[in-house]
Write a protein that binds this ligand. Sequence first.
Ligand code: NAI
Length: 457
Amino acid sequence: MTYDLIILGGGPAGYNAAERAAHGGMQVLLLEERTLGGVCLNEGCIPTKTLLNSAKIYESALHGADYGVTVSGATIDHEKVVDRKDKVVKTLVSGVGAKMRGAKVTVKNGFGCITGKGPEGMRIRCGEEEYLAKKLLVCTGSEAAVPPIEGLREAVAAGFAMTNREILDMRTVPEKLCVIGGGVIGLEMASYFSTLGTQVTVVEMLDKIAGPTDKDISAILQKNLEKKGIRFLLEARVTSVCADKKTVTCEAGGAPTSIDCDGVLVSTGRRPRTTGIGLEKAGVLLDRGAIVCDERGRTSVPGIWAAGDVNGRSMLAHTAYREGEVAVSDMLGILDRVDYLAVPAVIYTKPEVGTVGDTIESAAKRGVSAAEHTISLRYSGRYVAEVEGGDGIVKIVVDDAHKTVIGIHMIGSYASEIIYGAAAMVATRQRVCDVQKLVFPHPTVCEVIREGMFMID
Ligand code: NAI
C-alpha cells in the first residue's frame, strides 16, 4: 500500500505532524512501536507533572503554618500517586488515538524500518507488512543515555539503577536515592522524592545544576532545593556503582566519596534513537548519532524529513511539536521555519524555573552585544502576598543595538505559565518600548516583567 506520508514514531513530533499532514490533504500512515504519545506522555513530561503536583499539594499541607494553615496528620500515598499518574497517562494516550482517528490517520502498532528506496518512494517494513512512502518523516525520539560507568549497566539490569522510565513506575519510596546528573529530569525527580521524605543526593559533574539555565537562577534553585534537604555534589565524577553493596562511588573535590542508597536514578541526558531503522541504507547523514537536518526538517536525503528529539537539537516536547509542523509545511510547499531562540524551557520544581532565549553568556557566544537586567519578584504584590520569604527573580536580556528583548529567565511561582508570554516577546522580537506599552493584569507575578522593562535605559 502506498501512502503520501509515512511517519516513524507517534510521540509529540509524529502525532502532531500526522494530524497536520492529514488536514493538508495527505494520506498518512503513523507507525508506533510502543504507545502513542511517546516519551512525553508515557514516561516523561506528563507522568512527572502528575507526581510533582501531588508533591506540591502535600508540601503545602506540611508547610502552611506561615500562612495560617495547619494540617495535622497530612500524608502522601506514593502508590496512589502512581495509580493516578497511570490513569492520567491512559486518558491522554486515548485522546491522541481519538485525534488520529478524527484526522483519518492510519495508525499501526509496530517497529517501522526503511528497507529500500525506489523511484516511487521509500519502502518501509513494519512486521510482516511492507508499505511505500512518497515522503517519510522520522520522529523516533530519544532514549536515556547510560554512561559507561563501572557497574552501572549491571545495576540497571538488577533494577538498582533506573532511568526515567523505570523510576516513574517504582511503587516503593526509597529511603535514600542517588541521582546521577543534575539536569531537568534529575532535579524534578529529586524534588519529588525529597518531598516524600527520601534522602536525595544529586551528583553533577559540572559546577552548577540545571544545565544551560542562567547561573544565578541555577544558584537560587539549588539553594531552595538544599533547604528541602537535597544534597548536591558538584564537579563530581561517578567512578562506580555497585548494586550488591548499594553504593555509588564518586570523586568530588579530589577526594573519593561513597554514597549509600536504595536506588539510583540515571539522568545524564538522552540520545537520539537512530539505530536499526535503516537510515544508513537510505543514506541519511548522522552527526554523533543524531539526524542532521535543516530548520525545515529536511535531512540529507530528498523525501526524508526528521523532527523531534531524533535530531538532537532541543530535545523538548514542544520543540518536537513545532518541528513536526514545520516539516509538514515544507512537504506542502509552505514556507516555515523553527525559531529556536524563542523556544521556552521549564523546570517544574518548587520554585519553578521558566526560561526563553539568550542568557548573557549565550548572547556573547552568538556575538550579540547585550545587557541583562535583574528584578526581584518581590516587586509583585501577588508574589509577596503568596510566597513567604520568596527569593524569585526575573532576568531580562536585551540586545544593545536595537533594545530588543532576546531572553527572559525566571525563577518563582507560575514561571512555567508566565514564560509563554515571554516567549511571545522573544518570538516577535519586541523592543523594550513595545513591552512597556503592554497592559499586564494586576495583581500578578508576571507584571514584574513590565516593571523590569521600565528599569532599562
Ligand atoms: P540533561 O541534559 O538535562 O542533564 C543531564 C545532566 O547530567 C547534565 O547536567 C550533565 O552535566 C550531567 N551528567 C552527565 N553525565 C554525568 C555523569 N557521568 N556524572 C554526573 N553528572 C553527569 O538530561 P536529563 O535530565 O537526563 O533530561 C533529558 C532530556 O529530557 C533533556 O533534554 C530535557 O530537556 C528533557 N526533559 C525536559 C523536561 C522539561 O521540560 N521539564 C522534563 C524532563 C526531561
